[in-house]
Design a protein around this ligand. Sequence first.
Ligand code: CA
Length: 468
Amino acid sequence: MKHLMNLKTVKKLLFTGLLAYSSTSLASEKPNFIVILTDDQGYADVGFNGSDDIITPNIDRIANEGTRFTNGYVTYAVCGPSRAGLLTGRYQGRFGFGRNPIIDPSDATSGLPLEEQMISEVLKPVGYTSSIIGKWHMGTHEKFRPNKRGFDHFYGFLSGGHKYFPEDLTIDSIENAKKDWSWYNTKIMENDKRVEIDEYLTDELSNEAVKFIEREQDKPFFLYLAYNAPHTPLQASQEYLDRNTHIKDKKRRTYAAMVTAVDDGVGRILAKLKQLGLDNNTMVFFLSDNGGAKNNASDNGELRNFKGSNFEGGIHVPFAVRWPGKVPAGMDYQKPVSSLDILATFADITKAPIAKERPLDGVNLMPFITGENKGTPHDVLFWRAFDQGTLATRRGDSKVINSDRDGDHLYDLADDLSEQNNLLKAKPKLYQQQLEEVKAWEKGLIDPIFKPLQGRHSENEHVKKPHK
Ligand code: CA
């Protein structure tokens, strides 16, 4: 009898395993989820995308032991809106997060609307404990802070960027950061308390990530590890500079050293998962929040332009996922995917309910990357940068940009990933079709709900007249 029970259990497990990713399956799983997000890292600044000067053996493990997305996109070309899209699985323009939020804790509008559900809030009802470690940027007012948004644990800072050396962190709260950019000097927060740190910030964030995994190892967790590296200011500790002496350009060497620190952190996290026996039960995404920036010596390879642009260099990012035994190892997935898909993937795996009135724009990537679904995750992707007057869309390999700031463009990315040969005049009908499609999508968006950052706050974006 006992033997029979065991056989039943085995069959049940097999059944669950085989059908876990079928869209028709009712089975749910509770793996751990980790999203490692870097800030302003260039497409070509990881080994897995061919970097030969920046050495990233640990980040590369996520791609090599998992699946690399060669056409991985974010939803916006700068930090704040991109993160709002990732964290909600919805185009952030739907709820007015159409620009970077103002860093002002007295401003009760400048943040992610409370009606929206972040990954942490979606996973809470199905039993997950969540932590955000690093950069928040989803609003500084009390009501917008991580512990109000389904995160059980927060270790990091609220603003859009930060200094890296402990001696620079002298301001005791964001309320007391009165001058522009002085929020880069605020002390690190653990939940609602200020803490003193004594290590290079990237190392501190990695330490906390490892501690969180240790603490939560016995129950399902979601870790959102949002490194601010390699965002400016370019600051690296001597240890990491010394490992990049092969790079002669000082700025590039410092940037590389910042990436080395992240890579070491990723290595420690993967080692901890292995040590705790969580390797096969943890899905790890790695991506950058937007393309490499012009001001941090990053390299977007053959992609045109930088952060802030809707050419590929602003929105097409290094992107990979690892889940041993579940996600195919050493594979390239070449169809376009989006940061929007991360929440949808987690929700589908865990069968976490999604509110009908806030439908997701992302899809579960698992059936696509396992090959169970031979179709396309997204026939079309869309972007809007309200303050630039820019709309952009990719359907198949055909990319359209319609911009008050950057002009009008049509490219065939299959032949012209670098967006050099504008086909606008050669194929006016195709351009018009795609423009109409993105304009129809735009009707589902609302204007930004908070005021723009002024002048130099604008993170490489020029504030111009709204798109008509
Ligand atoms: Ca960024």
